[in-house]
Design a protein around this ligand. Sequence first.
Ligand code: CO
Length: 218
Amino acid sequence: MHVLNQLFENNRNWAKNIVEKDPEFFKKLLNQQSPQYLWIGCSDSRVPANEIIGLAPGEVFVHRNIANMVIHTDMNCLSVIQYAVDFLKVKHIIVCGHYGCGGVEGAMDNRPQGLVDNWLRHIRDVYQKYEITLNRVTDLKRRSNKLCELNVIEQVSNVCHTTIVQEAWKRGQELAVHGWVYGLQNGLLRDLHVCVRKADELSAIYRMAVDEELEEKE
Ligand code: CO
């Protein structure tokens, strides 16, 4: 009974504070959630979705995994996207990476790390795609930051290519996909200007975002 008592105490205080501010808060949430946003972010404990964007429970639907990946065969992530798009009718899907991402840095490191290597393989594929540009960046921190950004752009493209998002656009559903990066050092979000609102916008916007990355001065 004495296990993790502190967390239960924190929880009681948290619920109490919320009810003090709004006595109906939990009652209102009980019947339905109607978030406008789906957040696809990294599992990293320093990147908590709700806090960063200042949203309360009920306002953002969240999927997190190592290095905010959207893999075409990942039923977990795809199910979250489908539920968010088809049932919750979110208006925005935000893929948010972060600088200093352990997953991205791990993917740049060739030392074996066990099971997780199978997951990191997808980031290594992104690295391979942009290998010439990335290898030109001699500072390793800057190189991993660039890979974080390119990875977000690739994952935005993956979200847009899912049958779920394609079908939603086809039936005229309002849905925008965004790519952001979060700075652990200052708590600020950066927009990578890869916002896609319909199927035929994707290739031009993707190309522009990637070109911007590749041309950027080191
Ligand atoms: Co991370």
